[in-house]
Design a protein around this ligand. Structure first.
Ligand code: FES
Ligand SMILES: [Fe+2]
Length: 451
């Protein structure tokens, strides 16, 4: 349970709020690169941390992220003309470049110097991994971009998508850091009857067996291990043959998770607040050479009756077919006879539970239990960092010489006797070392050469 005050601090993200100020210290996904497909393309409305912005790609391909409303008399620059290296307001023709500098004020006398005094709010951006990242904080506290392994990603291996969640960002985060619910919300009949394929033993189980383990032990024990970037936690289950299965998920402050994957992955899921009541779920590839299949091997969903998540639409924004308005297309017969939730789409099962808590859940009413350890830890880290900011506290997990964000890897395994789960997915894990060696020995791919 949280006090009303802490719940407000945790969830409010607008300018001038404690959490809003904390989040503004991190480079944040603002939109997908593919939303701005080419030079002088149509501008895009961007709502980020409660601010209304417009993104555009200029004639040279450079991206600008600026305040939506023109500093003259406030017309929306979304309707502007994107031409000759700048965005021209549709009202009186004032024109701004990607830095927000007024480069033309044609409605004023030719000798006027007024244009040198007018500035449009503009935020620094960095394109990486198919995402336009932005820094919305004060310039004097700006730190370098946190590279999760996208900066060196070859063009043909970039994959980034996003999907809208109609609830506060913390609710979505708490779903990503709640390994217990995979034994419930996402389950379906017949899992317990899957035949033992020989991988219920120490080592790496097949995905079918993983599903079986989650269905078999439905009350996992959670262990949280603090790290420089946040924490990693293990959900520990006993398998039908009495082995110890661990699912390790990463939390990197403030909104990044790497969800457990077999044997390990660096695939990122980031939850970016649009405002207090909406957020984007971004998912994107990072170091593909380390995990060549993106998802880490065979399809996790092959054994399940669910639609696979992360479909691949042209726009990059995965559409929502299952919404609150249509009750997520819940099929009660299906719920009785086939699936635990009655909802056919895997990710929409998550949307159903997190959105149905209300736009901003009132955490004074909750009753946290042992499987909520990771959720509690995330809140404590965020609240401490946000409250410490006004006194000059340094936010955790910013870019720095000792901080290699590419080393943040989730993992899943049946432990060998005496094996410590904290090793899994780290540089000390033999399976990671093997993958790094293979990646180093693989011939580099040449862009535009068919594989
Ligand atoms: S309102 Fe934009 S130029 Fe006048
Ligand atoms: Fe889920």
């Amino acid at each position: 349970m949280l006090s009303e005050e802490n719940n407000q601090i945790l969830t409010r993200v607008g300018p001038g709020t404690l959490m809003g100020d904390l989040l503004r210290r991190y480079w944040t996904p603002a939109l997908l690169s593919m939303e701005l497909p080419g030079p002088d393309c149509v501008p895009v409305r961007v709502r980020l941390l409660g601010e209304n912005l417009v993104a555009f790609r200029d004639t040279e391909g450079k991206v600008g992220l600026v305040a939506e409303n023109c500093p003259h008399r406030g017309a929306s620059l979304y309707f502007g003309r994107n031409e000759e290296c700048g965005l021209r307001c549709p009202y009186h023709g004032w024109k701004f470049d990607t830095e927000g500098t007024c480069v033309d004020m044609p409605s004023e006398p030719a000798d006027s110097t007024f244009k040198y005094k007018v500035k449009l709010t503009s935020y620094p951006v960095h394109e990486s991994g198919g995402i336009v990242w932005a820094y919305l904080g004060p310039r004097e506290t700006m730190t370098p971009f946190r590279d999760f392994g996208t900066d060196s990603l070859p063009e043909e291996k970039v994959y980034a998508r996003k999907q809208l969640a109609r609830c506060n960002w913390v609710q979505t985060m708490e779903g990503n850091l709640d390994s217990a619910h995979i034994s419930w919300l996402h389950q379906f009949n017949g899992v317990a009857d899957l035949p033992d394929d020989g991988t219920d033993k120490p080592g790496y189980p097949s995905n079918a067996m993983a599903w079986k383990f989650w269905a078999h032990d439905r009350a996992p024990r959670l262990e949280v291990h603090d790290t420089w970037y946040g924490y990693r936690y293990a959900a520990i289950r006993t398998t039908p043959n009495g082995n110890t299965n661990v699912r390790i998920t990463e939390y990197c402050v403030p909104y990044s998770t790497v969800v457990a994957s077999n044997p390990f992955t660096t695939r990122q899921l980031m939850v970016v607040p649009i405002d207090d009541e909406n957020c984007w779920r971004y998912n994107f590839t990072t170091q593909v050479d380390l995990n060549p299949n993106g998802y880490g091997g065979e399809n996790l969903f092959a054994v399940s009756p669910f639609e696979t998540p992360f479909r691949n639409p042209g726009s990059g924004i995965t559409p929502r077919e299952y919404t609150a308005e249509n009750d997520y297309l819940i099929d009660r017969e299906d719920q009785r006879t086939s699936t635990f939730s009655g909802i056919r789409d895997f990710v929409s099962q998550d949307f159903m539970v997190t959105e149905s808590m209300g736009p901003i859940y009132d955490r004074t009413k909750e009753h946290l239990a042992t499987t909520d350890k990771a959720v509690i830890r995330m809140r404590n880290i965020l609240l401490k960092a946000a409250k410490g900011l006004p006194d000059g506290g340094q936010p955790p997990a910013l870019a720095g010489p000792d901080h290699d964000f590419r080393k943040i890897r989730s993992a899943e395994k049946n432990l060998e006797p005496g094996e410590d789960w904290r090793i899994l997915g780290t540089d000390d894990d033999p399976v990671v070392q093997e993958a790094m060696l293979a990646a180093a020995n693989r011939p580099p791919t040449t862009p535009n050469t068919p594989a």
